[in-house]
Design a protein around this ligand. Structure first.
Ligand code: UDP
Ligand code: MG
Length: 321
């Protein structure tokens, strides 16, 4: 059997205290395998000691390569940067806060060897999350699967093992708004779930506030569905039909019973209701135009300040070192 390479992509944003415990747990898992391996750590513009801690790990373990962003570009950009640089036939995406137990890799590899191109981790219990958060995310998955063409499995995390061809497909996607969960589903290929117990964050706290999450969910919906745009044609049609029926009714009653002057309440309600509806639909239109705007600017997804441990012959076009 030929030796295959496993690439591990890990985003870090202000995780200084987690760096050492993370590598102490991940590296033994990798060395226990017969595969060759590399780890690509992305320092997503951390303002704490994360950068130095990663450099120290690299000095001891040259297979740990580092990409440092010039500022915080977000986890999705960090994952994209890592994926653009991987060499492996198997690519593991894992969080650097020890919420994803690295030992699950064995089971993931077993499933991948049996033919699954993408093996995604599903949190077995969400006791690490609050009630509001988990019911919001349940609602999101329900709305998403109803309104978009691709289905994302509920509770599937970014903890995944991808095959080389999945990585190539992901790298070929040109969009700027990288809603990774949707993109994984969009590229297709055979996918298989593996369950894991989400652990509590080792140190620090989650970078996601409820407001961030709502923004993320909204972004996901509008990036993958045009239903919010279409809804307004249906609403317009229904309202116009009702208005027509109402006009007929007014005509008939006026002819039968004479003129009926009072009606100010009806007028006021109609004006406010339709005015609100029009503003809302214009707002939704604006959301899509805003996305067209960001896409057409064609800015790179991230700016790299420094890389450590990579073959200097291979350089990304986006890279500005
Ligand atoms: N992360 C990142 N950039 C960001 C936010 C987060 O690279 O702007 C990293 C973070 O360091 C961690 C992973 O993404 O390794 C998951 O982040 P977090 O734990 O905050 O998210 P949660 O686990 O709550 O979904
Ligand atoms: Mg986390």
């Amino acid at each position: 059997m030929s030796v295959t390479v496993i690439s591990v992509v890990v985003p870090f944003y202000n995780e200084a205290e987690n760096v050492v415990p993370f590598f102490e747990r991940l590296i033994p898992v990798l060395t226990a395998l017969t595969h060759k391996w590399e780890i690509i750590a992305i320092d997503d513009g951390s303002r704490d000691e994360t950068g130095n801690a990663l450099q120290a790990v690299h000095r001891r373990e040259p297979n740990v390569r580092i990409i440092r962003f010039s500022r915080n570009f977000g986890k999705e950009a960090a994952l994209s940067a890592g994926l653009a640089r991987v060499q492996g036939k198997h690519v593991l995406l894992i969080d650097g806060d020890l919420q994803h137990p690295p030992e699950v890799l064995y089971e993931m590899l077993r499933l991948q060897d049996r033919g699954a191109d993408m093996v995604y981790g599903v949190r077995e219990s969400r006791r690490t999350e609050g009630r509001i958060r988990s019911s919001c995310s349940d609602l999101f998955y329900r709305i998403f699967s109803r309104t978009s063409d691709v289905a994302i499995p509920p509770n599937a995390s970014d903890f995944r093992l991808l095959s080389g061809r999945v990585v190539r497909a992901l790298n070929a996607l040109p969009e700027q708004t990288r809603f990774m969960k949707g993109l994984y589903a969009w590229v297709g290929f055979s996918q298989q779930a593996v369950f894991y117990q989400a652990e509590a964050r080792r140190n620090g706290k989650s970078k996601w506030s409820l407001l961030n999450l709502l923004g993320y969910a909204w972004n996901g919906l509008v990036s993958f569905s045009v239903v919010p745009l279409r809804v307004w044609s249906v609403a317009g049609m229904c309202i116009a039909t009702l208005a027509l029926l109402y006009a007929i009714w007014i005509g008939v009653t006026t002819m039968a019973f004479g003129r009926d002057v009072p009606g100010y309440a009806t007028l006021a309600v109609a004006i406010f209701f339709l005015g609100g509806l029009q503003l809302l639909s214009i707002g939704i239109l604006g959301e899509y135009i805003a996305r067209i705007f960001t896409e057409t600017k064609r800015r790179p997804l991230f700016v790299i300040e420094e890389t450590t441990g990579f073959d200097p012959a291979v350089r990304l076009p986006l890279e500005q070192v």
